[in-house]
Design a protein around this ligand. Structure first.
Ligand code: SAH
Length: 408
């Protein structure tokens, strides 16, 4: 969006309602059968336009003390956007194998055949894995007894490349006839490019365990985002809605207004996506991220895209910023994209010491973002505008970017 239009958009008006086909209208009427038990979609059965206006209202209210809120950017087709799909496997008393989600707040498995927000191909693969388990005599894991093999299946699909990773999470390290299993699965879905075995033998609500072996393909998928290629492994954070991510990052870059001379920090950088997009128009970028797998992917991603002006560090973002501040370092632009819990005072205090001209705060929870804005706006930064994006249609969640500019 141009600066001029931005002003216009900021001054209010209706949220961006895009025209959608009859197909979507039809689906809106058919609410998901397991919505209540699953609890994943708080806005099931609510027309998309209404979902957007609810989110717009919520973000505007939270941002009201700080700045104006632009129209929320919605999706043209708000279905099947999730490119990362997880299913837990279990066995019913009568022996039927089921896969789906945990009933909200419990460890009971709710069977899911199809989901309105998950990638359809991923759902089809999960359904076929269920079928194969029987012919391969593979038992599902029983959380109470610790007996059985298959616990979860995780699928990630590259939106642009179409590459698909299947992660089979097992309760013990040995999977009999694994190669034949892969062969049979790939016969049904030749588009699967890699299969990974992950061992999780702990009594935990975490899906993935620590040990992994690749039994087919390269062990990760690649996807193209904003013209760059990214490698994504099973545990790395990668935005689950690529269509909206491109819009979100585009806005973040526009707000940063990089000219090629800046020193940029990408905090909470995941596999380095924001930092690498920024590196194209900055002097140098420093990325920091806690998850070692994501950092490893980030470093490989930089090489893969032949970027020499970006470095990544594995550290707690707050501690890292504090160390930088103690050394008297400076930065021109800080992108921060913390998890739902938001940032910390340690991080923000140090960010203020590094004194960037601009802070671009991307948040997946505007509530914690508002809390953090309170700190930053009391410490020499002014919020210039909020830009909500609907990254997660049918859920109550909204993503929001806020531009903060240093006041002298
Ligand atoms: N900017 C990335 C990732 C955002 S998600 C993207 O757009 O894809 C938030 C990231 O913060 C996750 O990768 C998570 O692993 C990381 N994270 C969580 N707590 C952290 C901390 N204390 N310090 C640094 N990174 C952290």
């Amino acid at each position: 969006m141009s600066e001029k239009n931005k002003e216009k958009k900021l001054s209010g008006g209706n949220h961006t309602v895009q025209k959608r086909g009859n197909d979507n209208k039809k689906k809106e009427g058919t609410a998901c059968k397991v919505a209540k038990k699953c609890g994943g979609c708080q806005y099931q059965g609510v027309p998309y336009e209404k979902q957007l206006s609810e989110k717009q209202k919520a973000v505007r209210q939270l941002m009201q003390p700080f700045c104006k809120t632009a129209e929320i950017t919605g999706m043209q087709d708000p279905y099947h956007y999730r490119n990362k799909v997880h299913a837990v496997f279990a066995r019913k008393k009568d022996g039927t194998i089921i896969s789906g989600v945990y009933e909200e707040g419990t460890h009971r498995v709710v069977p899911v055949e199809a989901c309105q927000i998950e990638d359809e191909k991923a759902d089809a693969i999960i359904n076929d894995i269920r079928g194969l388990l029987k012919s391969f005599k593979i038992k599902t894991y029983n959380e109470d007894t610790g007996y059985g093999l298959l616990r979860h299946v995780l699928i990630r699909r590259g939106f642009t490349t179409g590459e698909i990773m299947v992660v089979l999470v097992l309760g013990s390290p040995v999977m009999p006839s694994k190669n034949n299993f892969v062969k049979a699965l790939r016969k049904l879905h030749p588009e699967i490019t890699t299969v990974v075995l992950n061992v999780n033998d702990k009594r935990t609500s975490m899906v993935l365990g620590d040990r992994e072996t690749t039994i087919y393909g390269k062990g990760y998928i690649e996807d193209v985002l904003c013209g760059l290629t990214f490698r994504i492994s099973s545990k790395s954070f990668y935005q689950i809605n690529p269509v909206q991510t491109e819009k979100l990052y585009g806005k973040a870059m526009e707000l940063a207004g990089l000219t090629g001379k800046e020193r940029v920090i990408d905090a909470y950088c995941g596999i380095g996506t924001i930092g690498m997009v920024a590196a194209k128009s900055a002097k140098e970028v420093i990325g920091v991220e806690l998850n070692p797998d994501a950092v490893r992917d980030a470093i490989k991603n930089a090489k893969r895209n032949q970027m020499k002006n970006i470095r990544f560090y594995q550290d707690d973002a707050g501690r890292f910023m504090e160390k930088m501040a103690a050394k008297g370092e400076k930065a021109d632009v800080v992108f921060m994209d913390p998890p739902r819990s938001g940032s910390t005072e340690q991080f923000m205090k140090s960010a203020v010491t590094l004194a960037p001209q601009k802070i671009v705060y991307i948040s997946c929870d505007p509530q914690t973002q508002a809390r953090d804005l309170k700190y930053l706006t009391k410490h020499s930064y002014k919020a210039m505008g909020a830009y909500p994006y609907d990254m997660f249609p049918f859920t109550k969640h909204a993503e929001n970017i806020v531009l903060l500019v240093k006041q002298n």
